[in-house]
Write a protein that binds this ligand. Structure first.
Ligand SMILES: Cc1cc2nc3c(=O)[nH]c(=O)nc-3n(C[C@H](O)[C@H](O)[C@H](O)COP(=O)(O)OP(=O)(O)OC[C@H]3O[C@@H](n4cnc5c(N)ncnc54)[C@H](O)[C@@H]3O)c2cc1C
Length: 443
């Protein structure tokens, strides 16, 4: 393909590189949610080779660059058309270091992490889907089970090794390169390729996993009840509820998944009661299980099959108050979103000061995600609802244009990020995921 200097591929990467027509190329034509057709894929096996790959990428002017860990990007475009992809999936180690510390490579998936930590009685809050990669999630935030009890994934990060735009390998922690460490916890995709994360896990034993189906006749009332019940619940409770487009005149089934971090079934049932009362139940099952089982519950193994581009909008809400609940119900009634979820945030996430990390919207109790299609009217609905929102989680948003940067980051965070971008990536090499343009003046 034009625009790539194939002859200059570094020797260390030439043998494993993948070009169109190669046997391994079809893997790079689909990620979990989107398609692609890159001109060249570099597959480093260690940090030194990632350095070679980044230096090569920097020498290819104006070629799109994707960083691929496990291919679940919604905002990130880890694949592209006609560009370069650095696939770090081979850096997939999960190495407990004794105590609660564990080193994890970006190419590991969270199910791999759970499989190793669960027998040790440990866990890291890490999203709700085991197929998601450590590289993409741990550089953006990480909203997951135990979030209300233990905070975000990045709140358990103690250090990260990063290959920056000039090909340097930097160790970032509270003591070493603290500015870079701050930026990597929420805006990491703008600052380099993370090659190793050092986490501090938390003790977790048996947990309860509840799958509940509510028959909802009044969606607005249900959302309000849901919000009130979740905000009042114990911090060991984390939940996600999924609603589809309402079919006029028929019950809308709300599918909820609730995790309670307790191995005591009496405690679990007591903590679930207010949630069970939010609407009539059509179905319920509650299992006492493990973190590993929870992370594997909905896992789809096998080749990724995404095509095209997803349309996904993201927002944080402090409360599901009556006004927002009835607006969201009207949006579902309109058919604008066929897949709408509300995840728990708040709790321990809100205990961390907003300015402590690049992830800044810590006051919210709910993370909202709506999937639609270009002609479903979702864009207009999201714009209409935006006054009720308080920022967004960038990882769930597919519109990564510059106007959305100020929604993804609070003003003080964005100002600091722009300054740091000028230091660490002045030419804007890393630009596939909410690009912070170093040439734009600080707002
Ligand atoms: C089914 C599904 C469920 C999800 N559930 C959750 C959830 O519960 N909580 C949550 O917080 N998020 C969730 N997400 C969002 C997910 O965290 C992000 O999409 C994340 O970026 C995916 O990471 P990945 O490594 O799998 O993706 P990739 O597609 O490989 O990467 C996505 C982007 O992340 C960046 N990136 C990847 N690797 C690195 C690296 N090593 N260094 C620097 N930047 C990198 C790049 O910008 C890249 O384009 C979910 C996504 C999906 C598809």
């Amino acid at each position: 393909m034009a625009g790539i200097d194939y002859g200059a591929i570094p020797e260390s990467l030439a043998v494993t590189a993948v070009e169109p027509g190669d046997r391994d190329y079809p893997r790079y034509t689909a990620s979990f949610l989107r398609g692609g057709a890159p001109a060249l894929v570099l597959r480093p096996k260690n940090p030194a080779q990632v350095q070679d790959a980044v230096r090569f990428a920097a020498s290819q002017r104006d070629v799109p660059l994707g960083i691929l860990s496990a291919g679940h990007g919604i905002s990130g475009r880890s694949l592209n058309y006609g560009g370069l992809v650095i696939d770090v999936s081979a850096l997939d180690h999960v190495t407990p270091r004794g105590g609660r510390r564990v080193d994890i490579g970006p190419g590991a998936r969270w199910i791999d992490v759970a499989r190793i930590l669960t027998p040790l009685g440990l866990a890291i809050t890490s999203g709700d889907y085991g197929g998601v990669g450590v590289g993409g999630l741990a550089t953006a935030g990480g909203i997951g089970w135990f979030a209300r009890e233990h905070g975000l994934t990045i709140d358990h990060l103690r250090s990260v090794d990063v290959v920056t735009a000039d090909g340097e390998l930097l160790h970032a922690s509270e003591d070493d390169n603290p500015d870079l460490f701050w930026a990597m916890r929420g805006a990491g995709a703008n600052f380099g390729v993370a090659v190793d994360f050092e986490f501090e896990a938390v003790p977790v034993g048996d947990v309860a996993f509840a799958q509940l189906t509510f028959a909802v006749t009044d969606v607005a009332e249900f959302l309000e009840n849901w919000g009130t019940a979740l905000e009042a619940s114990d911090r060991t409770v984390t939940a996600t509820v999924l609603l589809g487009a309402t079919r006029r005149g028929r019950a809308n089934y709300a599918q909820a998944t609730v995790v309670v971090d307790s191995g005591d079934s009496d405690v679990v049932l007591e903590r679930l009661q207010p949630i069970l009362r939010t609407a009539p139940l059509a179905q319920r099952s509650v299992a006492m299980t493990s973190y590993e089982e929870v992370m594997g519950a909905y896992l789809q193994e096998g080749r990724q099959q995404g095509v095209g581009e997803p349309l996904s909008h993201s927002a944080f809400a402090r409360h599901l108050d009556p006004e927002l609940s009835s607006e969201l119900a009207a949006m579902l009634e309109s058919g604008a979103s066929h897949f709408f979820t509300i995840r728990s945030v708040g709790g321990a996430i809100s205990d961390v000061p907003s300015l402590a990390t690049a992830y800044g919207w810590r006051g919210a109790n709910f993370a909202l995600v709506a999937l639609g299609s270009p002609d479903s009217g979702l864009d207009a609905w999201w714009a209409r609802l935006s006054p009720s929102f308080e920022g967004m989680y960038l990882s769930f948003e597919s519109d990564t244009g510059p106007e959305n940067l100020a929604v993804a980051f609070p003003p003080a965070h964005l100002t600091r990020l722009r300054g740091l971008k000028r230091t660490y990536d002045p030419s804007g090499l890393f630009r596939d995921n909410f690009f912070i343009d170093p040439d734009v003046d600080t707002e």
